[in-house]
Design a protein around this ligand. Structure first.
Ligand SMILES: [Zn+2]
Length: 301
């Protein structure tokens, strides 16, 4: 059968919070079967925990923030994306601050951490969420949709009027597998316009933002000395975000996601809408190894 996975050993790293600019200690640890991804704030009395679930998402203006009983953990989407990318079902995430460190603005550090920890299979069968009927949410001309599909495909369109966003670089489609995710998605960095960063800083936000952890743009060009990692890095990052936001469903999706100008807010509305419409999805498992329509990285890799 296709089994659930967790980490082989624990792994630790430090980084800074995008908004606070402060140092954050992050530890990823193995977790038992059927735990899902569980975040713990070790800096607070009793180390309160928050489960990665659509109904635990609070603020979605700048990142995906988990929130329960006044405890918050923000910017979970890039780490969730790495868990989804490598097919990790169960893990504890300990951190001593209210935000996951931004690292280099992509998911590549988290992929590296998971690879370093190693992955093991557990004794329980892995559950997938199969889309049976299309579900769509909209906000003006923004769209996020899930359609039935025998695999996991993501397509995304953006519409930025800016010299760095030429028409051919505003769309991307990926047929998901762990290896494609690692190579073509996980390294795509978040991006921002300098004028927006200045406005956020006036509100005490984005204090940790720099060209070390984002692609920065002025009115005309990319400001990072080394340029872009992919010509269409912007839209690839939107796919990275969608992979992470969808993984709040708690299981890999078997379906096709399409986003147009979507963001964390619409992605979260899509996952809530899906779960509320029982006729649109079902859990499926695969009793024979290799029968699942999407493949995750081999444990020996
Ligand atoms: Zn992002």
């Amino acid at each position: 059968m296709t089994r659930q996975r967790t980490l082989k050993s624990q792994v630790h790293s430090t980084g800074i919070g995008l908004h606070s600019g402060r140092k954050v200690n992050l530890t990823l640890r193995p977790a038992p079967e059927n735990s899902g991804i569980v975040f713990r704030r070790t800096d607070l009395t009793g180390s309160p925990h928050l489960s990665a679930r659509p109904d635990c998402v609070g603020d979605t203006r700048l990142s995906t923030t988990l929130s329960k009983d006044g405890v918050t953990i923000s910017t979970v989407e890039h780490l969730m994306s790495a868990f989804a990318g490598l097919g990790v079902d169960n893990a504890y995430v300990d951190l001593d601050a209210p935000e996951i460190p931004i690292m280099d603005g992509s998911a590549s550090t988290f992929v590296f951490m998971l690879r370093s920890a190693g992955l093991v299979e557990q004794n329980t069968v892995k559950r997938y969420i199969r889309i049976k009927k299309s579900v769509e949410v909209n906000d003006g001309d923004k769209t996020a949709r899930l359609d039935p599909y025998d695999g996991f495909r993501l397509s995304f369109g953006i519409d930025f009027h800016h010299p760095a966003f030429t028409a051919d670089l505003q769309q991307c489609e990926i047929e998901f597998s762990s290896l494609r995710y690692e190579k073509e998605v996980s390294r795509a960095r978040t991006f921002g316009f300098i004028r927006d960063v200045e406005a956020l800083r006036m509100q005490g936000l984005a204090l940790g933002a720099s060209l070390e952890n984002a692609v920065g743009l002025d009115e005309f060009r990319v400001l990072n000395e080394d340029g872009l990692r992919f010509k269409d890095e912007f839209v690839r990052h939107k796919i990275l975000d969608a992979v992470g936001d969808l993984y709040l469903l708690g299981s890999p999706v078997l379906g096709a996601y399409h986003g147009y100008k979507s963001g964390h807010d619409l992605n979260n509305r899509l996952t809530r809408e899906l779960l509320s419409r029982e006729e649109c999805w079902e859990y499926v498992t695969f009793e024979k190894e290799g029968h699942a329509p999407i493949s995750f990285v081999p444990l020996t890799a």
